[in-house]
Design a protein around this ligand. Structure first.
Ligand code: DL6
Length: 801
């Protein structure tokens, strides 16, 4: 092949290349360059280094014709790209010097790097961590997603209320992206199904184009650079109505084009509103259709026999959002390629696997049969055929068990006819996995129990993990440097189990002192409160099951103790961060109340130096990277049995925060590893919570029995926080769906244990180091290794450096 010229990484070579990029690609000069010019030039110069590795990677992967891992996800929270790409390409220092030589301040230029907020929360960030680890482990992989014009909304507070603003993240252009308008795919919607020569032919009524662009996904400490390919909807030229435009009907002239391009306009915030459901379904099919065509095109580059498809292709369905891929691949194989049904079905089942990320029944997607049939008539036929096969198997395994047949059917019949996407996902895949031990156990014993009865070997657990590069090395340069100096190497960045070497250092007083100092300076850098105070952090999406309201009741109790002159706790800064889905009023009420309580506490001289409440707006990956290293206490206080796994809990543990938590999600595995002595446990466990929920639970009994709880709720009800929060208090007293009041006393008492532990700073530091030392399991490298062993069965392709 043709040899690539290697780009040099000395400061001089890097600066020369920056200058070339400034002149030739940015079209400007050093004298007139703006900060944005400098940022984009820097980004291009770094990107070029990775692009070179990408070219080598693509060549090696093509050559070895491996089994590919394709990750299909409606969401990716990739985080800021600049610092990551500088680190992974080994050019941080050269870039710093080059910027300074041109008169720019590196921090100011880095601040211009806007994160693509193409996800809502844990599921999207997990996708990004898995891509990072796939590349780091040299696995040939491509992530597929949607390039939303507007990412997750920008959160602002107005009078303490959450306001959502559009996030036009790529307004200035995105220097990391490689658009490929020549690889465009055509996606159909609506229309009808004909039969021709014994084959079904779908004649779509509307056609939209999917235009891809890709971002580079570098591995750490390796040459491999994979990609994530994102699709953007484009209208056909023909949808612009020139006749109408010429007649002055400007809006009408573009209406079809606008409708087409709306498909990738906004990241759908969540499914708590009915409006826009059809658009959401269109987004899902758009992602699936474009990605499968691309996957098939890539398969054909090296293979001609369909029989090899399943062994060359592992497609992971990230939750139910991309599950239409199952009927779509059946349609491609049967209708377009002419394979017989059984042959196609066996290839489809070999190809796909499914990850479930929830236990909330309302989060298991369903689609009205009518809507799906109108939008995708052939797919609905295929779903019916798949259902026939499934129900035949159920009937023959469980004769006469009509209820079971009804529960397992892909179609819910009453009260409304709905397609059950999770049932389709389990039926059309080889493996289904949960994301933490408890989650998988609850999935197989409750939500998906019938499927587990039928096919027990089709279920596996793969506990989530996080990228140590992103969430330790980049987020916490101070802690990272200390870990490396303590261990005498930085190999822990690619083998996180090596953190166990820190255990021996807990006996070293000077190491403990340095650890304390590093945590303290992370708090000082965050600038939210006294760095000597305990930094108590609750960062995650707002949801009643996660119970930010429980943390808030604790804050009110502390405040009331202060007001009563009986405060014996340690100084604390309580930090909240997170967004509520725009249509989720109960969660937005909690946000409003937190801000009202924060205003009262922070303005009260009596609380000064003892308690402070911080709630920075617009929690995202960029902000997370500042908060996580500063945390002393990690709040993981969901009602047991509701949080599938959590990943923030892992990030905080790895950064030396101690957890106060329930036995929920991955908290259980964290506690098992760090040790019960280094974890503040409280509350009902999952069976106890379930039992209480199934009986006649009376939240008011707790209100009457506990003076401090009653005082906290009464303060809200009596208007102590500017009259805000009546609805929150009423919902807790009347329903308390997530057992907040039942867990209050146990939680507040456990917090007293936190205070006692914090008073012995030296011991706290030991516990903090032990948390980091014992959390190596929670690397997403281990997660990917588990996926490879249990689910994907793909092997690395090493790329020459
Ligand atoms: O698996 C990633 C992440 C888990 O850690 C969280 O526990 C879980 O809530 C989250 N789920 C979602 C969306 N849920 N659905 N469906 O983000 O996934």
């Amino acid at each position: 092949g043709v040899e690539l010229r290697s780009l040099g990484n000395t400061p001089d070579e890097f600066r020369q290349d920056m200058l070339s990029n400034l002149y030739y690609r940015r079209g400007t000069t050093v004298e007139s360059a703006s900060a944005q010019d400098a940022y984009e030039t820097l980004a291009l110069t770094v990107r070029d280094r990775l692009a070179e590795r990408r070219a080598r990677t693509a060549a090696a992967q093509y050559e070895s014709n491996p089994r590919w891992v394709y990750y299909l996800s409606a969401e990716y929270l990739l985080g800021p790209q600049l610092e990551q790409n500088l680190l992974y390409s080994g050019t941080s220092e050269a870039a710093h010097k080059a910027l300074e030589a041109c008169g720019f301040k590196p921090e100011e230029i880095a601040a211009l790097d806007v994160e693509p907020g193409l996800g809502n929360g844990g599921l999207g960030r997990l996708a990004a961590c898995l891509l990072d680890s796939l590349a780091t482990l040299d696995i040939p992989a491509v992530g597929y997603g949607i390039r939303y014009d507007l990412g997750i909304f920008r959160q602002e507070f107005q009078d303490g209320r959450q306001i959502e603003r559009p996030d036009d993240w790529a307004f200035q252009g995105d220097p990391w992206e490689f658009p490929a308008p020549d690889d465009v795919q055509t996606v159909g919607f609506y229309g009808h199904v004909d039969e021709r020569d014994g084959r079904k032919v779908w004649q779509p009524g509307e056609v939209v184009l999917g235009e891809p662009s890709h971002l580079l996904v570098p591995g750490y400490g390796t040459t491999t650079v994979n990609i994530v390919r994102l699709w953007r909807a484009r209208a056909h030229q023909a949808s612009f109505d020139l006749t109408r435009f010429s007649a002055g009907q400007y809006a009408e002239a573009v209406q079809d084009a606008v409708r087409a391009e709306n498909i990738s306009k906004v990241l759908y915030p969540d499914d708590s509103t009915a409006a826009g459901r059809e658009l959401r379904l269109k987004q899902q099919y758009f992602l699936v259709s474009c990605s499968l065509r691309d996957i098939v095109r890539r398969f054909r580059l090296r293979n001609s026999d369909w029989d090899a498809f399943g062994s060359k292709t592992a497609i992971q369905l990230n939750d139910t959002h991309p599950v239409l891929a199952i009927p779509e691949l059946m349609r491609l194989l049967v209708d377009e390629e002419g394979l017989d049904w059984d042959h196609a079905w066996s290839l489809v089942r070999q190809t796909f696997n499914y990850t479930c990320h929830t236990l909330l029944p309302e989060a298991l997607e369903t689609w009205p049969v009518d809507m799906l049939g109108r939008l995708l008539p052939r797919h609905l036929e295929i779903i019916y055929l798949i259902n026939a096969g499934l129900l035949e198997e159920v009937r023959s395994r469980f004769p006469g068990d009509i209820d079971r047949v009804r529960r397992m059917s892909l179609i819910q019949e009453t009260p409304e006819r709905l397609v059950r996407m999770a049932n389709l996902a389990v039926t059309g895949t080889t493996m289904t996995n949960g994301v933490a031990e408890l989650h998988t156990q609850l999935l197989t014993s409750t939500v998906l129990r019938d499927f587990h009865d039928l096919w027990p070997s089709r279920f596996a657990n793969v506990t989530n993990g996080v990228s140590p590069r992103r969430f330790v090395r980049l987020a916490s340069p101070g802690i990272s440097a200390l870990i490396s100096s303590g261990l005498g190497h930085d190999r822990w960045l690619t083998d996180l189990s090596l953190l166990s070497g820190l255990e021996a250092l807990t006996g070293d007083a000077s190491f403990r002192e340095q650890w304390r100092e590093v945590k303290r300076s992370a708090k000082a850098a965050l600038g939210l409160g006294d760095p000597g105070a305990l930094m108590d952090v609750m960062i995650k999406r707002f949801h009643e099951y996660k119970r930010q309201q429980l943390k808030l009741l604790h804050v009110i109790t502390l405040y009331q103790r202060i007001k009563a002159g009986g405060y014996d706790g340690v100084p604390r800064t309580v930090l909240f961060g997170g967004k509520a889905a725009p249509a989720y009023q109960a969660a937005k009420n909690i946000i409003h109340l937190i801000n009202a309580v924060a205003a009262a506490v922070n303005a009260d001289p009596a609380a000064a130096g003892l308690l402070r409440v911080a709630f920075p707006a617009n929690y995202n990956i960029t902000l997370a990277e500042h908060i996580i290293p500063a945390a002393d206490l990690s709040e993981q206080i969901s009602m047991a049995g509701k949080e599938a796994s959590g990943t923030g809990n892992m990030k905080l543990t790895l950064n030396g925060a101690l957890t106060i938590g329930t036995l929920d999600g991955a908290n259980i595995e964290i506690r098992d590893r760090v040790g019960a002595d280094n974890f503040f446990l409280f509350g009902l466990d999952a069976p106890a919570a379930l039992a209480l929920r199934s009986g006649p639970y009376q939240p008011r009994d707790h209100y009457h029995a506990d003076d401090e709880l009653r005082a906290a709720l009464d303060a809200i009800r009596s208007g102590a926080f500017g009259g805000v929060g009546h609805d929150v208090a009423a919902s807790l007293l009347d329903r308390d769906e997530y057992l907040t009041l039942a867990d209050y006393r146990s939680y507040v008492d456990a917090q007293a244990g936190v205070d006692a532990a914090w008073r012995d700073q030296d011991h706290w530091t030991t516990m903090s180091i032990l948390n980091t030392a014992r959390a190596g399991f929670f690397s997403s490298d281990r997660t990917v290794t588990d996926y490879l062993d249990r689910i994907w069965h793909a092997t690395p392709v090493r790329v020459e450096g």
